[in-house]
Design a protein around this ligand. Structure first.
Ligand code: AHR
Length: 520
């Protein structure tokens, strides 16, 4: 058995937990929209053609803000195609994913779905093939109350009140040569800043997200952020960061992906700080991690993509429908922990994506919908992450990884809400359980209110997954081994596991002098 010790200091607050960290993403890609959220004729479809079984799972997942409509898709998208009578909407080649887009679901339908799901829409504008005029028109169409041609067009299309969309992404992954309309940092930075300025003149209440790097290995990473920020330091509210991780034959490095994300985030935070300081700016620019997940990209690029892109053009082909394992779920849980730990600088985050496309929710046409393994750590974190993220010092046995050097076997994050403390814990060892001693400074632990662990099932292995035939093969189970003793707690984490424990804590008994202060 390996060992670790954790000291939590509730009075040392990193940041309040933001519900915006639990965002997700629906792209017009593969089966995310068609036969994902939308399938008229499905036994559970509502009047608008949206699948109620999927809607229920979206609510259970606890997703808050959904980025839409792309992704790479948005860089070739003409938003005007997606409004007005459905029968008059054009069918187009969708070049980013070698597909055919019918535009049957568009802005109005998606906004209606989002309202039913209880989520906020985060809309992206096309800065690949388009520019200021189209972005400004889309914003006016969406958010202006009435009395102009575009606002009246929206009202004529059945939406009297503005959509009131606050969050706007200025393009997508414009640093990537795979992107339609790929640009240099200067080209993109200038276009994004000028577009953003006009958008804020139309609606000053919006928040703008500039496109940062597509991943930390991009050759332009760092200089891209600095150059883009220089152009729009007065107008951007957030800059994006995209991060996907995969196993690639080295499970120990894969399990330490959260260390990689921590470093990536802190590097971008430093660049933001330095650029703001250099301009004498007192503004805050947050990091929008608006695409993050586990994604077997090597398989997509080397195996699935070549025949897809050389083949026929089809509507909603199956693209990147990764089937997630227990190991993937532990990594997803720890990536979410990294986002929480860095929430002093991370302003929002979107798990990419929501349904079918590298998603926590899977659905089959005419068939069931089910929870992938990765659904569980996300849903439990979204449910229990309340209050403040607080300081958590970890002293742990180490493990060497090729990707990140020596990393602690234990990953831990703590969230304090009044007299309740939630801890998220990962054991990165694939072979040994980990005994963890927990101390909470100034607020002794009184009892365990809730605990669950997600790990290798008794009848499975670390590659176990949930499938249509066995949708509940991997479920969060009782952790079982948690003891509370003398104000601290002992937890034994199974090998390769993600766990959540919610404790009740006690305020220390008041001395005469502090009681006097309390009553004053
Ligand atoms: O989420 C899948 C794709 O990953 C998105 O379209 C793109 O932005 C990223 O490269």
């Amino acid at each position: 058995m390996a060992h670790a010790r954790v000291i939590v200091t509730p009075s040392d607050i990193i940041a309040p937990v933001s519900s915006r960290l639990f965002g997700s993403f629906v792209e017009h890609m593969g089966r995310a929209v068609y036969t994902g959220i939308y399938e008229p004729g499905h036994p559970t479809a509502n009047e608008q053609g949206f699948r109620s079984d999927v809607l229920e799972l979206v609510r259970e997942l606890g997703a808050t803000v959904i980025r839409y409509p792309g992704g790479n898709f948005v860089s070739g998208f003409r938003w005007e195609d997606s409004v007005g009578p459905v029968s008059e909407r054009p069918t187009r080649l969708e070049v980013a994913w070698h597909s055919v887009e019918s535009n049957e679901v568009g802005l109005h339908e998606f906004a209606e779905w989002a309202e039913t799901a209880g989520v906020e829409v985060m809309n992206a504008v096309n800065l690949g093939t388009r520019g200021i005029e189209e972005a400004a028109s889309l914003l006016e169409y969406s958010n202006h109350p009435g009395g102009t041609a575009l606002a009246e067009q929206r009202r004529g299309n059945g939406r009297d009140e503005p959509f009131g969309i606050t969050l706007w992404c200025l393009g997508n992954e414009m640093d990537g040569p795979w992107q339609i309309g790929h640009k240099t940092a200067d080209e993109y930075g200038r276009l994004a800043a000028e577009t953003g300025r006009v958008m804020k003149w139309i609606d000053p209440t919006i928040e703008l997200v500039a496109a940062g790097s597509s991943n930390a290995d991009m050759p332009t990473f760092g200089t891209w952020e600095k150059t883009v920020l220089e152009h729009g330091i007065d107008v951007f509210d957030h800059i994006s960061l995209h991060a996907y991780y995969e196993e690639n034959g080295d499970v120990d490095s894969f399990l330490a992906s959260g260390v990689g994300l921590d470093r990536y985030i802190r590097t971008v935070a430093d660049i933001i700080r330095e650029t703001l300081d250099a301009h004498g700016s007192e503004r805050t620019i947050g990091i929008s991690v608006d695409e993050w997940n586990v994604w077997n990209q090597t398989r997509f690029n080397e195996v699935d993509k070549p025949p897809l892109f050389a083949g026929d053009w089809n509507e909603h082909p199956r693209i990147i429908e990764d089937e997630y394992t227990v190991t993937d779920a532990v990594v997803v849980g720890s990536l979410l922990m990294s986002l929480l730990r860095n929430s002093d600088v991370v302003s929002m985050a979107n798990l990419a994506q929501l349904v079918n496309v590298i998603a926590p929710i899977r659905s089959e046409p005419g068939g069931p919908a089910w929870r992938q393994t990765t659904f569980h750590p996300f849903a439990l974190t979204a449910r229990f992450a309340t209050g403040d993220v607080v300081s958590t010092r970890v002293y742990s046995d180490l493990q060497h990884t090729a990707g990140y050097g020596d990393v602690s076997l234990l990953d831990a994050v703590s969230l304090n809400d009044g007299d309740e403390l939630t801890m998220l814990l990962v054991n990165r060892s694939t072979t040994e359980p980990l005994a963890v001693a927990i101390d909470v400074e100034g607020a002794p632990i009184a009892s365990v209110l809730y605990e669950r662990t997600l790990g290798v099932p008794a009848d499975g292995d670390r590659r176990s997954s949930n499938t249509q035939a066995r949708p509940d093969a991997v479920l969060p189970l009782d952790l079982g081994i948690v003891t509370v003793d003398g104000g601290g707690a002992q937890v034994v984490l199974p090998a390769l596991s993600w766990s959540i424990v919610r404790f009740a804590t006690r305020r220390p008994s008041l001395t005469a002098s502090t009681r006097g202060k309390d009553n004053a």
